[in-house]
Design a protein around this ligand. Structure first.
Ligand code: PGA
Length: 248
């Protein structure tokens, strides 16, 4: 299966001009999640790319929406988004609970978006307590979602301590990502059923760069990567895409 490579631009860059430059320099197909304000223009201009939002609101009112400042799943879809990142740790930090994330995932899936569902522990402990934390995030986040909608789910294992903006600034290692990916897949069994639990892509995020991408993809037991800071540097992101496209 082709590896899934997702660019999470976060709150960058600061102008549409710069956003167009970065997107224009990406050579192969990837999933780009720019800030919402750039999405319409980028998706119209760069047709060979896929686009996603970095968050959305949990309510999707049929007519009118008294939710000042929020963006609905339908709006995202109508301007060219195919994907939605939901549950990113930076959104959780700003108040998204498991319950809110569950509602957002439901809304996104019902509106035909593919969900990039982020989970991951804040701290790694040697007793394996972090696995319980991840287990709760999965169970709560996917609660009550019909199995048939889960075909549009991608899970990102992104330990918070491994994100490049975090003070520790170091990636997880492929062996431990592999162990966690196996654990996550096992957790999916009762939720998604045997067949689907095997098919849902599990990808890794957290300080992915040109140096570690290949090892994660080959030895991490994962089907792709979520790339933050390095996705804003086209030269490096292109290199990561090249590495991924070589691995089957
Ligand atoms: P990073 O960010 O690649 O800069 O660590 C990844 C993310 O937070 O999605």
């Amino acid at each position: 299966m082709k590896k899934i490579i997702i660019a999470n631009w976060k709150m960058n860059p600061q102008s549409l001009k710069e956003a167009k430059r970065i997107a224009g320099e990406i050579k192969t197909k990837a999933i780009i999640c720019p800030p919402f304000v750039y999405l319409a223009e980028l998706s119209a201009k760069f047709k060979k790319m896929s686009f996603g939002v970095q968050d959305l609101f949990w309510e999707n009112p049929p007519a009118g929406g008294a939710y000042t400042g929020e963006i609905s799943a339908a709006m995202a879809k109508n301007i060219g988004a195919k994907y939605a990142i939901i549950g990113h740790s930076e959104r959780r930090e700003l108040g998204d609970t498991d319950e809110i994330i569950n509602k957002k995932i439901k809304t996104a899936l019902k509106n035909g978006l593919k969900v990039i569902f982020c989970i991951g522990e804040k701290e790694r402990d040697s007793e394996g307590e972090y696995l319980n934390f991840i287990k709760d995030q999965i169970n709560e986040g996917l609660k009550g979602i019909p199995r048939k909608l889960l075909t549009n789910l991608i899970i990102v294992y992104e330990p918070v301590w491994a994100i490049s903006s975090h003070k520790s600034t170091k990636a997880d290692n492929p062996e431990s990502a592999l162990r966690t990916a196996i654990f996550i897949r096992r957790m999916l069994l009762p939720i998604a059923g045997d067949q689907l639990a095997r098919q849902i892509p599990i990808i890794y995020g957290g300080s992915v760069d040109v140096k570690n991408a290949e090892q994660f993809l080959k030895e991490g037991g994962i089907q792709g990567l979520l790339v933050g800071s390095q996705s804003l540097i086209p030269k490096n992101f292109n290199e990561i895409l090249k590495i991924a496209n070589k691995i089957k």
